[in-house]
Ligand binder design. Structure first.
Ligand code: PAF
Length: 284
């Protein structure tokens, strides 16, 4: 596996691959890699000739300086994992390489970027759009892989791709990878204390239970069930729980309002912010 740190080197390296019409898979990450990321690399490996994984903690998507400062950085371990997973190129640039000057672009991402994470973390999705559009431009991938844990992020990236005219690029959503007790894999999980880690699977368990509950309850009742249940456990504090239309990301008030309803939750477990979601499969 090659480690590339500059945009020029990356572009030069990929030129020949493009010229020969080889399929390039891109897996954008912020490092601190876990089995969830590796499942994206595996998928990319199976569907492309060349696999590029970017490892870059993107400052413009953090609206909380402490979150940026404490975000885990584990480059050596990341490189080992990518090598073992069969990635061809690890693109690991510095902040100055990506932002030699401030990126002042404001993307008009519309409603998908305004609700939930968009409302709680102003500027976050604009920052995601900035970095992902840059990566798409540098790599010009055939396929780009994103995990469904960040369900809203995928919708935002699709919107950015539409605005920027990345028409031929295929955005591939990949299922959430979970620990054996159901906790969605996340780079932030390492920050949980042992007691919090023991409690955290209640998030997924409650979402699963709400899928059964939803058969006989309204959207409002189902939301209340999820919020009250999770909040009843130690360390857990729900920031928001919304049930939205999978396409528009807008909250629904009746199950009939969406072909596919998705519940998206953000929970503080102590001071660690965890997110998860569920696709409702109500019986007809
Ligand atoms: O999901 C992430 O890890 C980041 O938001 C992404 C897509 C790599 C952009 O920095």
């Amino acid at each position: 596996m090659e480690i590339i740190r500059t945009v020029k080197e990356l572009r030069d390296r990929l030129q020949a691959e493009h010229a020969e019409g080889r399929k390039i898979g891109l897996v954008p990450t912020m490092g601190a890699l876990h089995a969830g990321h590796i499942s994206l690399v595996d998928r990319a490996r199976g569907e492309n000739d060349v696999v590029v994984v970017s490892v870059f903690v993107n400052p413009t998507q953090f609206n909380n300086p402490t979150d940026l400062a404490t975000y885990p950085r584990t480059e050596e371990a990341d490189v080992e994992k990518l090598e073992a997973a069969g990635a061809d190129i690890a693109f690991i640039p510095s902040v100055d390489e990506i932002y030699p000057e401030p990126d002042t672009r404001e993307f008009d991402l519309g409603p998908v970027a305004e609700v939930m994470e968009g409302a709680m973390r102003p500027g976050h999705f604009n920052g995601v759009a900035q970095i992902v559009s840059k990566l798409f431009r540098y790599v010009e991938p055939t396929n780009a892989y994103f995990g469904e844990k960040d369900f809203q992020q995928i919708a935002v990236i699709r919107k950015m791709a539409e605005i920027e005219g990345f028409d031929t690029l295929n955005i591939v959503d990949c299922p959430i990878k979970r620990e054996s007790d159901g906790l969605a894999m996340s780079s932030r999980n390492v920050r949980l204390t042992p007691e919090q880690r023991e409690m955290a699977p209640v998030i997924h368990r409650t979402l699963d239970e709400s899928n059964v509950w939803a058969n006989d309850h309204t959207v409002e009742q189902t939301k209340k069930f999820v919020i009250d249940t999770i909040n009843s456990f130690p360390f857990m504090n729900v920031e928001y729980y919304e049930i939205v239309d999978a396409k528009t990301l807008l909250p629904i008030s009746d199950w009939a309002d969406a072909e596919q309803a998705v519940g998206c939750v953000t929970v503080y477990c102590g001071d660690v912010r965890l997110i998860d979601n569920i696709k409702y499969t109500r019986r007809p």
